[in-house]
Write a protein that binds this ligand. Structure first.
Ligand code: URA
Length: 183
């Protein structure tokens, strides 16, 4: 599948129960040749309304963090989620939903061929690494997803509630930046 086919597949997808309850699919946004791929969990209410990932409060924090390392969405950065449809009431993704939707993300990764994947939060990290380990135990090292270096960090929505952990997220960004420079 090329980009156009993948977009059409996601836009028309009814493979799981989420599509019936959301307003639109949220495919992903950014530079299709980006060195940085940021992966979150699933669209929230603002993302569902506007059709782009990370456009709510968590997205503003994410944009600020990116700006601090001279990165901007759309320029050498691509942002996507594990799930392309909003779970009702922002509940956690369910295993069958992840199983149906993750192949869209796998294909996005193949098409982008980033130099680093930043997995933000438990769902992104666990889905991409096939692990049930905690964020705390996965942070601080460079993992691999299909040959692409992968760094785990906190989800921006978590950071909004736990400001002291921003310093750790900053360290994670530095690790990702170093990884890009080395590859
Ligand atoms: N949280 C996510 O994981 N993804 C979004 O797009 C927005 C909030």
């Amino acid at each position: 599948m090329d980009w156009a086919q993948l977009r059409a597949k996601v836009a028309g997808c009814t493979d799981c129960k989420l599509r019936a309850g959301c307003s639109q699919t949220v495919f992903g946004v950014g530079d299709e040749k980006a060195q940085w791929l940021l992966v979150g969990e699933a669209p929230g209410s603002e993302e569902d309304r506007l059709g782009d990932p990370f456009v709510g409060q968590a997205g503003k924090l994410l944009d600020n963090m990116l700006a601090a390392i001279s990165l901007h969405r759309g320029s050498n950065v691509y942002i996507a989620n594990v799930l392309k449809c909003r779970p009702p009431g922002n509940r956690d993704p369910e295993p069958d939903e992840v199983a149906k939707c993750a192949p869209h993300l796998w294909r996005q990764i193949q098409l982008i061929q980033p130099k680093v994947i930043l997995a933000m939060g438990r769902f992104a990290a666990q889905t991409l690494l096939g692990s049930d380990a905690t964020i705390a135990s996965l942070r601080g090292k460079v993992h691999q997803y299909a040959g692409v270096p992968l760094v785990v960090t906190y989800h921006p929505a978590y950071l909004l509630r736990n400001l002291p952990d921003k310093a750790k997220a900053w360290a994670d960004l530095q690790l990702a930046k170093q990884t890009v420079a080395e590859h």
